[in-house]
Design a protein around this ligand. Structure first.
Ligand SMILES: [Fe+2]
Ligand SMILES: [Fe+2]
Ligand SMILES: [Zn+2]
Length: 514
């Protein structure tokens, strides 16, 4: 940078403190130092065009983060000392935290690893600094979430082995394979997948349900984390938008590649979010908003405006967006029904919604709930009351891409599964949808490697020849304690005791509390 006698403006000063530290190599070839920038087909003509998404120097980063940490840990301490877990709306709520700690927190850690790697791979020094700061933000999220949940882990079941379970439990391969897909991709796809599609387009559909859910349900620890992470997320979103605009502007040949990644990662992200939709509509005793409303505001409206804005780069909205929009009135009910019948093999409980919750669901889903889902729930409820609580003892068909059981339905007929199958090199593969089928067809050599939990159980690779053995020995899910129906569970008993409704006497409750 040519430094004249003039004082540097903010932008030039920040570049002087970041980019000007780097130099053109002489004794190593540039493509040997940065060997991962070419193979994805993305063309970068000039890294100096990169606009810094934020301008934080290290001393400013340490200072602002330290202030946040101090406040956060003061509240965690006070929460534990005052037994804040007793202030939640109802112990059913904690099941959302079990899902969070086993499904979401390990993704923070995976993001830390992924950003640490791309923070090395890019030859643009400005982009490296931005990714490195995100990497250590994600490390912070990972660690502060462990601390936020640690008090709950002492008082409730199902939180005791989250990262172990993330690697093994059937439904946790949904989030795990999502991030493994991104991390095994190249650096530009990683950023399009995570910074843009996930942290920018879909971020509010993950964070608002969990964090406002915590606020509506008296969970001070989780709210405080969410509040503290907000300013980190603002930076992450800015990076996501900057990245996509930069790549698109760099070369016209980048446009179709980015479009394919947007299509893929929108669909993968949307599938992952069906877990959140279910949590929002069913696992929060005090409701925040329906999944349908959340999707409408945060995707259809905000996402609609964003893709309108990206039109000038030649980008159209994600493929199968119409299918996702139509699914907003179904996914949470379909997912909850699935988990209800397979909660003999989950680290959290399920239950049937209470009368007033069903009324709320009817009101929020006027076209679909009474017509398709209420009768099923009332039937299961009746079965339960007659001593036949329904568990499905046959393992489900999984989608080869998203790894969710093939339980989603056709756009124009919610009574028909949108099952797809194809043959590839003599083998048969099954999918939940056209969206997942297309992703497979683009990169079959990737998805044929998937570790599908149900298949692995049948291959005998999960430590047992029957489901209870797999669940107990391989998953570390304590039978009769972490899994099954909420009503009558040790968590439920302990909650009734805390609230003075029924003294704790069952031996299983005592055993698990120990
Ligand atoms: Fe994060
Ligand atoms: Fe983030
Ligand atoms: Zn799928």
């Amino acid at each position: 940078m040519a430094i004249k006698n003039k004082k540097l403006n903010l932008k030039d000063k920040y570049q002087y403190l970041t980019r000007d530290m780097a130099w053109e190599p002489t004794y190593q070839k540039k493509e040997d130092i940065y060997p991962d920038e070419q193979f994805e087909g993305i063309k970068i003509t000039d890294w100096s065009q990169w606009e810094d998404p934020f301008r934080l120097t290290m001393d400013a980063y340490w200072k602002y983060q330290a202030e946040k940490e101090k406040k956060l840990y003061a509240i965690f301490d006070a929460f534990a000392q005052n037994n804040g877990h007793q202030n939640i709306s109802d112990a059913r709520y904690v099941n959302a935290l079990k899902l969070f700690l086993s499904g979401v927190s390990p993704l923070e850690y995976a993001a830390f690893q992924g950003y640490a790697r791309v923070g090395r791979q890019f030859s643009g020094a400005g982009a490296r600094v931005a990714c490195q700061l995100q990497a250590i933000d994600e490390l912070r999220h990972s660690q502060t979430q462990q601390h936020a949940m640690s008090h709950y882990n002492k008082h409730f079941n199902g939180l005791h082995d989250a990262s172990h379970q993330h690697d093994r439990v059937w439904f946790l391969s949904v989030p795990k394979s999502f991030f493994d897909d991104a991390r095994s991709a190249g650096p530009f796809e990683f950023l399009t997948a995570i910074s843009f599609s996930f942290e920018y387009v879909l971020t509010n559909l993950l964070f608002v349900p969990f964090m406002s859910g915590a606020a509506y349900n008296g969970d001070m620890a989780t709210v405080t984390f969410g509040f503290s992470a907000q300013s980190d997320e603002a930076r992450h979103m800015t990076l996501g938008l900057e990245v996509i605009k930069f790549i698109l502007e760099q070369h016209e040949d980048n446009v179709p590649i980015i479009q394919r990644w947007i299509d893929k990662w929108f669909w993968r992200g949307f599938r992952l979010l069906s877990l959140v939709g279910m949590m929002m509509d069913y696992m929060l005793p005090n409701k925040v908003m329906s999944w349908s409303e959340a999707w409408e505001v945060y995707y259809e409206q905000n996402g609609g405006a964003l893709f309108k804005d990206l039109e000038r780069y030649g980008i159209r909205p994600p493929k199968y967006q119409d299918v996702a929009n139509a699914a907003k009135d179904h996914v949470s009910h379909q997912a909850w029904s699935t988990f209800y019948q397979y909660s003999q093999a989950t680290n959290f409980h399920t239950w049937m919604p209470e009368e007033e919750e069903m009324a709320w669901l009817s009101e929020k889903y006027p076209e679909t709930f009474d017509k398709y889902y209420r009768a099923r729930f009332e039937h299961w409820d009746k079965e339960h009351k007659q001593g036949r609580r329904f568990y499905n003892n046959t393992l489900p068909q999984l989608c080869q891409v998203c790894q969710i059981p093939v339980m989603f339905t056709e756009k124009d007929d919610p009574t028909v599964f949108s099952h797809r199958q194809i043959k590839h090199e003599g083998e048969r593969y099954h999918f939940c949808s056209d969206g997942c089928c297309d992703i497979f067809k683009n990169e079959p050599e990737k998805y044929i490697q998937a570790w599908l939990p149900v298949h692995q159980i049948y291959q005998g690779n999960c430590g047992g020849a029957d489901v209870p053995t797999v669940v107990e020995k391989y998953y570390h899910i304590n039978l009769g304690v972490d899994n099954l129906e909420y009503h009558g569970s040790p968590d439920h008993e302990r909650w009734l005791d805390i609230k003075g409704l029924k003294p704790l006497k069952s031996s299983s409750a005592k055993k698990s509390a120990a």
